[in-house]
Design a protein around this ligand. Structure first.
Ligand SMILES: Cc1cc2nc3c(=O)[nH]c(=O)nc-3n(C[C@H](O)[C@H](O)[C@H](O)COP(=O)(O)OP(=O)(O)OC[C@H]3O[C@@H](n4cnc5c(N)ncnc54)[C@H](O)[C@@H]3O)c2cc1C
Ligand code: SF4
Ligand code: SF4
Length: 1012
């Protein structure tokens, strides 16, 4: 093993010199504060190293200038994409250059050459969305396609599920325009040394070729023959070893040497990619196996049918999917009997007939292998997609394990020849057991790269077990002539194994290649060559001496405060995990930095990142900030610091992360905790306090609506409101209504007779009472005896309507929220007791009964309340499905409804119910808008400081979709603030309706029809 170069900032000058020098020469952002550096200190690996600073370049010139500064100060440089590497490639004591925000240009598609040029920050899914209209795609379909950048994919030589057909990244890169650490810029491709214009490049290529030529024998001897080999540098471009050729004619493509070099040789400025035609048809054959061993044994035979993917799902994942009601029917439909493992075998082709034949061949083959009638055929795209989604979700559930034992990546992508795959899995499983752990197996059986992460507790004996397991696993890999790193690269966890894999001679050759490209060792030092040890605890995110500071949270986080037993697959009792922050620390640590929240596709998470593309305003950035604060890395009582406040400032509490984060990081709840702590330390600004207390003063405002509404009538009042209270003058305010719901006569059955209790929230009561009246009519017309929920008889303020406490929660006023919640519990007691459905209209209010109430320490009734609390649409759909709903609706003049889902509806799987009940209206075509948060999010968008970002969130997809809808389209949105945002953001203003209003109109249409 080579002596490790210390991974510390080696410059003699202070970081301040670097910061100032950079600030003078770059247009982009220069971030050197501890929180920003902390947010760039991790990736999806187990490591954490604080960078010297962070640069978000605006242009290529910025990068060029930064390189010059770093060279003069001898500061290393670390290029970074989404930071989703699993091996620690993107952590280091260097200037981290994050090119995802601005360097994401996509060039013109060259149809003849089937190529395209892209900037390093382009995200794979974004590229493929842009290419779709041309009928082509970039086929290296990594699982992280929604966040992985092409620069990072090239850096890691990434591989997709369909690599058996399309190859790895290296097989799909035509050329790379690169910048070397000495400032040289050159295009690396199929050119020969003689063609290089610059003497420095000519010399470089000649030196490297000489190394390659010299090592031909050693390459043949030491480089694994498997296609999935991504460790070390691709020195076998000079003597190809895999069956999958680098180039068609055997020539050296110099770009291929840069691919997989993990930012250690050069900075990629632009990449020319080879594209493939989009497959016309896909078909899936799902094979059920009695044992995992048999599945792995058969993989080598299945690949002879030329599938595009063969993916493994093991018993654990099947079980996880079956446990989830959302996936049960999909997985059950894919299984035959009770298999121990399934293989998803995908074929692509030009026609359905061709694919049907392929599936028949698969059937026959399985029969020949002694497993007749084991194939479920999926020809239609919908079930195929559903099953792929299950596979992904299964992995997510596995990663959401609570407690300090976590699945750790370090041998998760060894590749072995298919003939040995079954024995490899078997032997490794035994090794895990011997070390008191286990792993779940999944992924790319087609190329012998199975993912498995043994569960280890890095704060205890994890490091020692990691070393022991790695050594035993590597011995098997060597025996089978496999590759120790088959997909995710070297980074900090595997660079140490480069020498083991390639031997001393090639290791020296790699060092010579590194020195030729980067003589001063400035590019991402310590990766691939001259590495540190994988178990150097000083580089761990959670070393043995990791401490969480004591903290007394306001919410109950005990469910996270647990330990896990990987073998028994059991959690200890809530509260027993030993977290000095009583579970809050462990909840924050659930973020494993996989970067899934950096997404722009369907779904909600994370709207503030979508609008800003700033790591600080990302769920991961927030979780990291909180973790650093809780572990004392940001100074004393950092939870109350401005750095933490700033990180949470743009979190709209949409709860998108609660549902979509693979590990269930619930930032909306964490924000309540942090705001609570902050207000204890700093107090609450007057404006926030005033807004939070709205349920208290609302009855008075409602008595004088003309006065309360003056702000939008008197010229200059909006301006004054902004000056005095920070309420955006460009916003209209909700209008107080003289006819508030509770001010009118309400026809309500006594509680004991009720079949439904209707909870009318503060917002619908005072601002849009017609929604509550519509809901009441719909429920009655459906045949239910409805009681409108009121405070308990002995309530001290019986005339003030019930309120869920949402405004208090939004301000972090947990004590006040608890008071409101207790009042709710008392008022709703008769219904909770009898399990009468409690139906509400405003998602943010009603769903807090199912969510935040459970962590407010309210006692036993809460579980029952949460089980009875339903949104109107959920209740109606449930009744419809059981055949109890007697609602007669008639067609409306409008034939199309465009529906925006409230983020909390989506977070609680309630959005589908809105769509389903709207479909009960005859002749109405119902379409969801693919939108994230509307950007208003309660009072967030009213804040003058948030106005612009709020509108940016709305403009990402919601407002353009609404504007594009013809005027006779019904716009439906159940959230009060969503409706407000849509009206504010459209001109002429569209008037979205609550689903209750649409149903009520269809009901009235039916009554009119019946009366005629
Ligand atoms: C849940 C999960 C699933 C994954 N699935 C897959 C999978 O299916 N297949 C797969 O191959 N990987 C997978 N990965 C690993 C990772 O997502 C991929 O390697 C991905 O391509 C990395 O992209 P990135 O933008 O995050 O790059 P980063 O992690 O930011 O960077 C990767 C490397 O490239 C270097 N780099 C980045 N930009 C440049 C540049 N401009 N110039 C020079 N060097 C640069 C970096 O220094 C680093 O060494 C997975 C990771 C996770 C967490
Ligand atoms: S917040 Fe969730 S999605 Fe984002 S990086 Fe952390 S674990 Fe992944
Ligand atoms: S609650 Fe919403 S805005 Fe906040 S971090 Fe989660 S996804 Fe992002």
């Amino acid at each position: 093993m080579n002596a490790a170069v210390p991974l510390v900032f080696r410059a003699n000058r202070p970081a301040a010199d670097l910061r100032e020098a950079l600030a003078r020469v770059v247009e982009g952002e220069v971030l050197f504060d501890p929180a920003s550096r902390g947010r760039y200190a991790t990736d999806a690996s187990i490591y954490q190293i604080e960078p010297v600073g962070v640069l978000i370049p605006r242009t290529h010139d910025d990068v060029r200038a930064a390189f010059e500064v770093c060279r003069s100060l001898h500061v290393p440089v670390l290029p970074r994409g989404a930071g989703s590497s699993q091996c620690g490639q993107t952590v280091g004591a260097a200037l981290v250059v994050d090119h995802t925000r601005h360097l994401d240009g996509i060039g013109t598609f060259d149809r003849e050459a089937m190529t395209i040029d892209v900037g390093p920050g382009v995200v794979l899914d974004t590229l493929n969305a842009a290419l779709k209209t041309h009928g082509v795609w970039f086929p290296v379909d990594v699982s992280t396609s929604a966040q992985a950048t092409l620069g990072g994919m090239a850096g890691n030589n990434s591989c997709g599920s369909r690599s058996i057909r399309y190859g790895n990244m290296v097989h799909n890169v035509v050329a790379i325009d690169a910048l070397l650490s000495d400032g040289t810029e050159a295009r690396f491709g199929l050119t020969s040394e003689a063609d290089a214009a610059l003497p420095r490049v000519r010399d470089l290529l000649a030196r490297v070729r000489a190394i390659g030529e010299r090592e031909r024998d050693e390459i043949r001897e030491r480089v694994p023959k498997v296609m999935r080999r991504v460790g070390g540098y691709n020195i076998d471009v000079f003597e190809p070893q895999s069956d999958h050729p680098y180039t068609a004619d055997g020539r050296v493509n110099w770009a291929h040497l840069l691919v997989g070099s993990e930012g250690t040789l050069a900075w990629t400025r632009s990449i020319t990619l080879k594209l493939a035609p989009l497959p016309a048809h896909r078909a899936l054959g799902v094979v059920s196996f009695p044992t995992l061993y048999r599945a792995m044994e058969c993989a080598q035979h299945i690949v002879t049918l030329a599938p595009s993917a063969v993916e493994l799902v093991d018993r654990t994942m099947i079980g996880l999917a079956r446990d989830n009601p959302a996936f049960r029917s999909t997985i059950d439909a894919a299984l035959i009997g009770e298999p121990d493992a399934i293989l998803l075998v995908e074929f692509i082709g030009g026609s359905r007939d061709e694919l049907t034949q392929k599936l028949s061949q698969l059937d026959e083959l399985m029969g020949d292998l002694g497993l007749p009638n084991r194939v479920v055929r999926m020809i239609e795209p919908a079930p195929q997609k559903a099953l792929w989604d299950v596979r992904k979700a299964g992995l997510n559930i596995m990663m959401s394990m609570r407690g300090d034992g976590k699945p750790v990546s370090f041998i998760e992508d060894c590749a072995v020849p298919l003939a040995h795959l079954a024995d490899y899995v078997d032997r490794l499983t035994q090794i895990f057991a011997r070390h008191g752990t286990r792993g779940t197996w999944y992924a790319h059986a087609s190329v012998g790269t199975l993912h498995v992460r043994p569960i280890l507790n890095m704060r205890r004996d994890g490091a020692a077990k990691m070393r022991a397991i790695a050594e035993e696993a590597s011995a098997i890999v060597r025996e089978y002539k496999g590759a120790y790193s088959g997909e995710h690269g070297d980074g900090l966890v595997r660079s140490e194994w480069v020498a083991w894999q390639f031997g001393p001679r090639l290791t020296r050759a790699f060092e010579s290649i590194k020195d030729a490209f980067d003589p001063d060792g400035l590019m991402n030092p310590g990766k691939i060559v001259r590495p540190s040890r994988m178990d150097d605890a000083s580089l761990f995110r959670y070393p043995r001496d990791y401490r969480t500071l004591p903290f007394q949270p306001a919410l109950d986080w005990s469910a996270w405060n647990v330990n896990n037993d990987p073998i028994a697959d059991k959690l200890s009792d809530p509260g027993s995990g030993g977290d000095p922050a009583r579970g809050f620390g462990k909840a924050v640590e659930m973020c494993n930095n996989n970067g899934h929240c950096r997404k722009f596709d369907a779904g909600t998470m994370c709207p503030s990142f979508r609008a800003t593309r700033d790591e600080q305003h990302l769920t991961r950035g927030r979780a990291n900030t909180l973790r650093l604060a809780l572990s004392g890395r940001l100074g004393a009582d950092a939870l109350a610091s401005d750095a933490v406040r700033d990180a949470l400032e743009l979190c709209v509490s949409c709860k998108g992360c609660r549902r979509e984060c693979p590990t269930g990081v619930d930032m909306a709840k964490m924000k309540i905790e942090v705001l609570n702590h902050r207000l204890r330390v700093h107090g609450l600004p007057r404006r926030d306090r005033w807004l939070a207390h709205m349920p208290q003063w609302a009855p008075w405002a409602a008595r004088l609506p003309a006065v309360a509404n003056l702000r939008d009538r008197i010229p200059g009042a909006a301006w004054l409101g902004q000056r005095a209270f920070g309420i955006a003058s460009r916003r209209s305010l909700p209008r107080w209504r003289r006819d508030a719901f509770f001010r009118g006569a309400i026809d309500s059955v006594p509680p004991n007779d009720a079949e439904v209790a209707l909870f009318v929230d503060t917002f619908n009561n005072y601002f849009e009472p017609e929604n509550a009246r519509a809901a009441l009519r719909v429920l009655r017309a459906s045949g239910y005896r409805v009681h409108v929920a009121r405070p308990a008889m002995d309530d001290r303020t019986p005339r003030r309507p019930l309120c869920c406490g949402r405004t208090y929660l939004a301000a972090g006023m947990v004590d006040e929220a608890k008071r409101e919640a207790r009042r709710m519990l008392r008022g709703l007691a008769p219904f909770i007791l009898r399990r009468t459905p409690i139906v509400g209209l405003e998602p943010a209010c009603l769903l807090s009964l199912r969510d935040e109430y459970k962590v407010l320490g309210l006692g036993d009734g809460v579980q029952r309340l949460s089980e009875s609390a339903l949104l109107l649409e959920e209740f109606l759909l449930r009744e419809h499905r059981t055949g109890r709903l007697k609602l007669t609706l008639a067609a409306l003049p409008e034939t199309r409804a465009l529906v925006h889902g409230h983020c909390h509806q989506k977070a609680f799987d309630a959005f589908a119910a809105v769509l389903a009940v709207l479909k009960l209206v005859p002749g109405l075509s119902v379409e969801p808008i693919e939108s994230s948060c509307c950007g208003m999010a309660g009072t967030f968008g009213f804040d003058a400081a948030h106005y612009d970002v709020s509108m940016r969130m709305a403009e990402i997809s919601l407002l353009p979709a609404v504007r594009a809808a013809p005027p006779d389209t019904l716009i439906v949105a159940d959230g009060t603030s969503c409706r407000h945002q849509i009206s504010d953001g459209t001109n002429p203003a569209r008037a979205p309706l609550h689903v209750a209003r649409v149903l009520d109109r269809a009901l009235q249409a039916a009554e009119e029809e019946a009366a005629r």
